[in-house]
Structure formats: C-alpha cells, structure tokens
Design a protein around this ligand. Sequence first.
Ligand code: NAD
Ligand code: 89V
Length: 339
Amino acid sequence: MKVALIGCGFFAMNQLHGWLAIEGVEVVALCDRDPERLKIASALTGPVRTYTDATEMLAAGGIDVVDIATTVGSHRALVELAALNNVHIICQKPFAPTLSDARAMVQAVESTGKTLMIHENFRWQSAVRAAIETARSGVIGTPFFGRISFRSGYDVFSGQPYLAEGERFIIEDLGIHILDIARALFGDATRITATTRRINPAIKGEDVATMLLEHEGGATSVVDCSYATQRAPETFPESLLEIDGEKGTLRLDAGYHLSVQLGEDVSTRDVSPPVLPWAERPWHNIQESVQIIQQHFVDCLAKGIQPETSGHDNLQTFALVEAAYMSAREHRTVDLAEL
Ligand code: NAD
Ligand code: 89V
C-alpha cells in the first residue's frame, strides 16, 4: 500500500512512525508547504518523493492512500483534491471547519467509492479500548450512566501554538475525542447540554467544557474537559472513565487501572500502554493509538469493510461538537436533530 503524507508538522511525525512500522505499507511521498518540515520528515523515511504542493504530488500518481495531517483550515480542499485523484483517505480531526463542510467532504469521497477514515484515535488508545471492550462484553450489564473526564494543566500550547489562537479550543480540539469515546461506549447522543469557560487569559478560546449527553439507548453521560486543572500527579493525556451498568461498574482510573466491580467483588488490572520504540512519555498513550488506528485502516482496506471511525461515522461526533458550542452559546439543551 503506497501512502503519501500531506502535512509534516508536529503530530504527523507520529503518523509517519506508525506507517513505517506497519507491514505492507510503503511511504512513497511527503508533502508540506514548508521545505524545512520536508527535510525533518525525510530524515525518518529515507529518500522519497517530496513536494511543497499536494496537487503536483497527486498528479504524479503512484499513490493508494493519502494521509492528511495538516490543521483543519486546509482539510476540505485537500480531501476534495484526494477524492478527485481517486485515492483512499485518512484525515486528521477536527475533520472540517463546519458540519456542512464535513457532510460535503464525506459525500465527495463516497461518490468515488474510496474509503475515508477520520484519524479519531482516542477510542483506539489501548486502555480506552480495554474499557470499551469490557463494557461491550456485557459484564456490567446495560450501562445507564457514564462519566468521561479529561482534566489537565499540561502545556499543550508549546507544541501546538495554534491551539491558543482559535476562537474555539477545547471542545473542537480535545472534547471531540472525548465525545467520540462517549459514542463508542453508549451509542449516538440525541441531546446535549454544555457550559464552557476560559480560565487561561493567554488564550483566545475556551479551556473548560462540561457536557451532559442523553444517548439513544437511554444512558446519560457526562463529558468533562479542562486544560486549566492543576493535578498532582498530572494525568495528561489520560481519559478517565466511570460507567455504571445494571449489573456492575467499570472504571478506568489514573495510572491506567481498569476495575470491574460486581457486587462485593472488585477486580483490577493494569492496562498501561506500551512505550513504542519511537514514542516518549507522556505522549506514548496517544502515539500507540496512532499506530493502532492506522493498522485498523490497513486491515479494513484489505477486508473491503468500513473503518469504525469512518468519515460517515465521524459526522455524528462532529455534530456533537457543533451542538455543544450551540448549547453553551444559547444556554439551552440542543436536540441533535436540529443539526
Ligand atoms: P502543525 O501546524 O504542526 O503541522 C501542520 C503542517 O501542515 C505544517 O508543517 C504546515 O506547513 C503543513 N501544511 C498546512 N497546510 C498545508 C497544505 N495545504 N499543503 C501542504 N502542507 C500544509 O499542526 P499539528 O499540531 O501537527 O496538527 C495537525 C493536525 O493534527 C490538526 O488537525 C490537529 O488537530 C491534529 N492533531 C491530532 C492529534 C491526535 O491525537 N489525533 C494530536 C495532535 C494534533
Ligand atoms: O489529541 C489532540 O488532538 C491534541 C491534544 C491531546 C493536545 O489535545 O491536540
């Protein structure tokens, strides 16, 4: 499978390492409008075709999959360009600037018959996955309540300065992952109520969001996110979970401890992610999920099936982001059908 990467910035280096570790994949081309980033990426891949212009790269052909790792502003143009060139696509989150862009992008790729997956990797973190699979096994019965919590004081702005500059921050960048985990656990949501705050005066967008979701199956979940929370020890970038089911409870606590309680009986196991050879703490949890989601994409292409986090699936997560902002702005519960 011949992969071309567009965008060779901060996070794309993880994607590149992930591709290089997956059997049957060959990275054949790199594209970044910044030649310096191309040099850094080529140092990982060895000599491959390099481009500062994606149109030129795709016109040269020889590509099966395009991996789009630029920031959101360029995603629509690049997805549409890749669709025109009839290649499979993986695109980073947030998929699009607006829900109507996202819908148009899904439509553009669907009409080519190629596969579109969103790089929505948090539900693929091995600790989160262990929790999802335990919940899906039915051991705690049907869940009726969940809390998914991501609270941190980690300085994300040094690696990703653009996060301090947008009108929107935590729901669009991080909450999107946590809302997606809520969907993976409890199914699609029908209504959402959200509040937002900005605590850090040095950034433009909100850095705290608290969201209440009603899910189709009847569960209620609370998704709470903060980058303004002092914690010792710091848990970045762990998502902590608690799920109450009709037969028992499941928790993913700080330090990657997964517990199941059934009556008086509590069993706990360590679900710490490995630190892959190219990874480093504290990002190792996210870095491992990059390799897992990319492997999932390769497996789905081989089997001719849709990825779990397909473009079509991600429209539901994206709608929750839009609805959360609408709810916070208008101080009301938003019915997802409104979108
Ligand atoms: P970045 O700014 O460091 O890198 C983006 C790169 O894309 C830059 O090198 C830039 O020159 C290049 N670029 C932009 N437009 C281009 C175009 N049209 N053609 C060619 N190159 C272009 O950003 P980043 O921090 O790496 O984030 C990239 C994406 O990854 C964002 O959407 C971000 O939300 C996402 N991200 C995801 C995770 C995750 O866990 N899934 C983590 C961090 C970032
Ligand atoms: O996962 C992400 O999208 C990152 C971070 C963990 C910093 O929020 O931007």
